[in-house]
Ligand binder design. Structure first.
Ligand SMILES: *[C@@H]1O[C@H](CO)[C@@H](O)[C@H](O)[C@H]1NC(C)=O
Ligand SMILES: *[C@@H]1O[C@H](CO)[C@@H](O)[C@H](O)[C@H]1NC(C)=O
Length: 190
C-alpha cells in the first residue's frame, strides 16, 4: 500500500515535469515565430523596426500560435484595419476645421488614396488565400504606392505633411511587414 502510493506520487511528478516541459516547448516554439520573423525583417529592411513589428503582431493573440501563413494573414488584417483607421482619422481632422484650406484639399484626396490602399490590401488577402503570392506582393506594393500618392499631394502643394506623418509611417511599416513575411514564404519577386 505504502509502496503503491509512493509509486503513484513519483509517476505523477514525472508526469508533472513532462507537462511543464511540454508546455514550455510548445509556448516558446510558438511565441518565437513573431520574434524570428521580426528579427528577420528588421535586419533585412531598415524601414522595419523590430519593436514595432513585435508589438503590432502580438496585439493579435492568435499570432502566438500561428504559422507563417497565419502570421501573413494577421499582418494584412493590421494593414486593412489601419487603412480604415487612417480614413476615420483624416475625417476627424477635416471636421475639427483647424486645417488650412490647402491642407484640406490634400487631406480630402488622401481619404480616397487610403480607401484605394484598403482595396489593394483586400485584393492582396484574396490572392494570398488563393496561394497567388506574387499577386499578393504586387497588391501590397500598390497599397504603399497609394499611401505615397497621398504624401506626394502635400509635397506638390507645399503643405506640411506633419498631421499624417505618424499615420503614414505606421501604415508603411505594417505593409512592409506583410511584404516581408510573404516574401519569406514565396521568395523574392524576380
Ligand atoms: C494604426 O496606426 C495607429 C497609429 O497611426 C495606431 O495608433 C493604431 O493602433 C493602428 N491601428 C491598427 C488597427 O493597427
Ligand atoms: C530571412 O528569411 C529568409 C527566408 O527564410 C531568408 O532567405 C533570409 O536570408 C533571411 N534574412 C535574414 C536577414 O536573416
Amino acid at each position: 500500500m505504502h509502496q503503491s502510493i509512493s509509486l503513484f506520487s513519483s509517476c505523477s511528478s514525472i508526469f508533472h515535469i513532462f507537462l511543464v516541459l511540454n508546455f514550455y516547448i510548445v509556448v516558446s516554439v510558438n511565441g518565437e515565430i513573431v520574434n524570428n520573423q521580426c528579427k528577420n525583417l528588421s535586419s533585412s529592411d531598415p524601414q522595419v523596426n523590430y519593436d514595432f513589428c513585435v508589438s503590432s503582431l502580438e496585439a493579435n493573440p492568435l499570432s502566438e500560435t500561428s504559422d507563417i501563413f497565419g502570421l501573413a494573414e494577421i499582418s494584412m488584417e493590421l494593414c486593412l484595419n489601419n487603412a480604415t483607421y487612417i480614413q476615420t482619422y483624416i475625417d476627424s481632422i477635416l471636421k475639427d476645421g483647424k486645417a488650412e484650406p490647402g491642407a484640406r484639399v490634400c487631406l480630402g484626396n488622401c481619404i480616397e488614396f487610403y480607401s484605394m490602399a484598403f482595396r489593394e490590401v483586400q485584393k492582396a488577402m484574396e490572392a494570398f488565400s488563393g496561394k497567388d503570392y506574387v499577386t499578393a506582393l504586387v497588391r501590397l506594393g500598390g497599397a504603399i504606392a497609394s499611401a505615397d500618392t497621398c504624401q506626394d499631394g502635400f509635397t506638390d502643394a507645399g503643405v506640411d505633411f506633419g498631421p499624417l506623418r505618424k499615420q503614414y509611417d505606421d501604415f508603411f511599416q505594417l505593409d512592409a511587414i506583410s511584404l516581408g513575411i510573404i516574401t519569406n514564404i514565396n521568395g523574392p519577386l524576380q
